[in-house]
Design a protein around this ligand. Structure first.
Ligand SMILES: [Zn+2]
Length: 322
């Protein structure tokens, strides 16, 4: 999103950007910030997947933590200390590699309360959330045993990670976590043979965002999960004519448009932009606009989007085909 568009939004939503610095979100209201708008390729010159939910100037939810996102997290002015939870769509490198960097950094922040870490159950290809955390920091066999004090049941210098596995095989959409500020719901996402989730965030003060995560669309639950949401962050990793493994793992633009229209979301944000889709935006946007008529943005690292109830876009219909 360019700066002029952001200013227009701010004017339209009566939120002042006066206090924010470049790369940071305003300190009032609810905001989605893109920390990483890229995929696994470093040549895309973007951090890999990661998003933040800001509520009144505090970073409250981290969604994925791909390579490069820890730097963006710092540039955004965020701290682990204020996070209510971390959620993962899945444990591919481009969604999780910077998590240990954030955990280590947080040692210096003085956090004391536990940090829920929610992610999918595992299989032969990828660990579950609990396995991911344990294998990183296990005191005996972990990659970094010197950080075992962050594990549940260990002697803590500061706080404990609280990993929770969400069944990535279940075919129902579930509310899986809440606190006084938000509720989190998850649905399984088809990402080839990898256990993966889409996440929906409902902020209790108002506003909702769904993150598709990486998905082929085969389970087709995204419209129901994102039904009537203010923002939908969809992963635009492939062009329409991509075939093979790329299509097995990701949605083509036409399907993104179909899902966004059926969900009736207020705004569609295209992220996880890879070399296959970069440079072909006009073609992809044309295909999406044939199906979805709401506003669409192409995500850039550190973009901020206000999470405000969408008054102009109504859900197309209640109830969706699975
Ligand atoms: Zn990915």
């Amino acid at each position: 999103m360019n700066y002029a568009v952001l200013l227009f939004w701010l004017a339209a939503t009566s939120v002042s950007a006066a206090a924010s610095e470049p790369g940071t979100c305003p300190t009032q209201g609810n905001w989605l910030q893109v920390l990483g708008s890229g995929g696994p390729e470093v040549q895309d010159r973007r951090a890999s997947t990661s998003y933040l939910i800001w509520i009144d100037g505090k970073a409250r939810l981290l969604v994925d933590a791909g390579g490069g996102s820890a730097l963006r997290f710092g540039e955004a002015g965020a701290g682990v200390k204020t996070l209510d939870a971390v959620v993962f769509s899945h444990f591919h490198v481009d969604h999780s590699a910077d998590f240990p960097a954030l955990v280590k950094s947080s040692f210096f922040e003085g956090r004391e309360r536990g940090l829920p870490v929610l992610g999918p159950s595992g299989n032969h290809f990828l660990p579950s959330a609990t396995e991911f955390v344990q294998r990183l920091f296990d005191a005996e066999n972990g990659v970094w045993p010197y950080l075992a004090h962050f594990l549940p049941g260990e002697r803590h210098f500061s706080y404990a990670l609280e990993p929770q596995d969400i069944d990535a095989e279940a075919d129902d959409i579930r509310q899986v976590w809440e606190n006084e500020r938000m509720t989190l719901s998850a649905a399984r996402a088809h990402h080839g043979p990898l256990p993966a989730l889409s996440w929906r965030v409902d902020i209790k003060g108002g506003g909702s965002v769904t993150f598709s995560g990486d998905m082929s669309g085969r389970y087709a639950q995204l419209p129901e999960l994102a039904h009537g949401n203010d923002l939908l962050v969809a992963h635009h990793a492939i062009a329409e004519d991509t075939t093979g493994v790329g299509r097995l793992l990701h949605m083509p633009p036409s399907l993104i448009g179909d899902f966004a229209a059926r969900a009736g979301v207020g705004r569609l944000i295209l992220s996880h932009r890879m070399l296959r889709s970069l440079g072909r935006e006009a073609e992809s946007l044309a295909l999406i606009r044939k199906r979805y008529t709401g506003p669409i943005d192409l995500a850039e690292d550190l973009d901020c989007y206000p999470i405000v109830p969408a008054a102009t876009k109504k859900p197309a219909a209640a109830g969706f085909v699975h």
